[in-house]
Design a protein around this ligand. Structure first.
Ligand SMILES: Cc1ncc(COP(=O)(O)O)c(C=O)c1O
Length: 381
């Protein structure tokens, strides 16, 4: 028996959705993408939404839309996935890395206060694994900097709620979600969604993601001379396909079941591992309902973490680390690295591990994995 880190949950409903698309004339820019955007908007009470080919593309398109100047400063946490960093570098902007709080996944507010200044234009706030960053506190810090916008990387938090029980995705200037294969819902392996209160941002992104064309082929279809469009911006091809949207629509219908199943498994994991002094769990003060995608725990040292991962792999239990090293230590950021102190990110990165978690798992699987872990540590004592 193999215990995979993650596994998508797709059934006949998604297959039926895909089959329907294959019989239609529109494979891109059609009504299914529009329906997915509408369903998503309604489900979470968002203002305006548009699909994109990935969360990474979405972050890039938002930064591009803001028409920033070369080397304008963009703050992000050093404990991060590459997407935010790529978006910044690809737009010719300057990444400014901020550390985490000690032993936590939350951004260090002290570090943020030190780094924010007149040159800061954007904070890309990456939420981690279902738990939300202290958005209100960050907004308070940015109040005296009128030109600073906050963008949230919500790849890990679709369906999470803050302490006032509001869904993430409406708190700041814009939020971007991912429908990659390990995320809460998938759009057949890839895809993203941007939500914002700023209608003009969303309208502009619709153009930028379609080569920069000022009208989509679907909208032009009903007009005279449907081949006529204008191009006034440097666009790209960052669209979602109809097949992806058809899968997304079906996945969205199941999201509550997915969130609850993952919470059940996480709680069982915690109950079964509670007595082990070597392991501690992720926690947060800012989330009333976390929509968790990975089961992340911290060990006491990097060696204990690495040895455990090795042992589990030999037992066919596959793990990963989200993320080690911290983003700021990757070669591509070396130019900026000297300016930063990211000790807490480094400490955390070196000790964490993600254990198998997905909605195709059963409680029995969790019991098997936790027993294997407990036996491993007991044999060492
Ligand atoms: C925090 C975070 N942001 C963005 C992404 C990238 O998402 P996408 O594959 O949709 O570009 C990931 C991928 O896992 C991620 O972990």
């Amino acid at each position: 028996m193999k215990y995979y880190l993650s596994k998508p949950n797709l059934d006949k409903k998604e297959l039926h959705g895909i089959t329907k698309i294959l019989k239609k004339p529109w494979l891109i820019n059609g009504p299914t993408v529009k329906k997915f955007e509408m369903d998503f908007k309604k489900k979470f009470n968002y203002f305006h939404c548009t699909t994109v080919s990935s969360c990474t593309a979405g972050l890039q398109l938002i930064l591009q839309s803001l028409k920033l100047k070369k080397n304008d400063e963009i703050i992000l946490t050093s404990f991060n996935f590459i997407s935010a960093g790529l978006a910044i570098l690809q737009q010719g902007l300057k990444p400014i890395f901020v550390d985490l709080e000690d032993q936590k996944f939350d951004i260090s507010l002290k570090s943020l206060k030190k780094k924010i200044n007149k040159k800061t234009r954007v904070i890309i706030l990456t939420h981690f694994n279902g738990y939300l960053q202290p958005v209100e506190k960050i907004k308070n810090i940015t109040k005296k900097f009128k030109n600073v916008k906050i963008i949230e990387d919500c790849a890990h938090v679709l369906g999470s709620k803050d302490n006032k029980k509001n869904f993430v995705g409406n708190f700041t200037y814009a939020s971007v979600f991912s429908f990659g294969p390990t995320k809460m819902i998938t759009a057949a392996g890839m895809g993203g969604m941007i939500s914002s209160k700023d209608k003009s941002l969303i309208e502009n992104i619709k153009k930028l993601k379609s080569y920069g064309m000022d009208k989509s082929s679907y909208d032009r279809k009903k007009k005279n001379k449907p081949w006529v469009y204008g191009i006034n911006q440097l666009g790209n091809n960052y669209r979602m396909t109809e097949i992806q949207a058809a899968v997304g629509i079906e996945q969205l219908k199941k999201i509550n079941t997915f969130i609850n199943k993952r919470l059940f498994l996480v709680n069982l994991y915690k109950e079964k591992l509670a007595g082990l002094s070597q392991i501690s769990f992720q926690n947060s003060d800012y989330t009333s309902r976390p929509a968790i995608i990975y089961f992340v725990v911290a060990l006491k040292t990097q060696k204990i973490r690495d040895d455990l991962a090795d042992f589990l792999r030999k037992k066919n239990i596959y793990t990963s680390v989200h993320w080690d090293p911290p983003l700021s230590e990757h070669h591509i950021f070396r130019k900026y690295f000297k300016r930063i102190a990211t000790i807490n990110s480094k400490k955390l990165s070196s000790k964490i591990i993600s254990l198998p978690l997905h909605t195709m798992m059963s409680g029995k699987d969790v019991i098997k994995i936790t027993e294997t872990i407990k036996n491993y540590f007991n044999a060492k004592n």
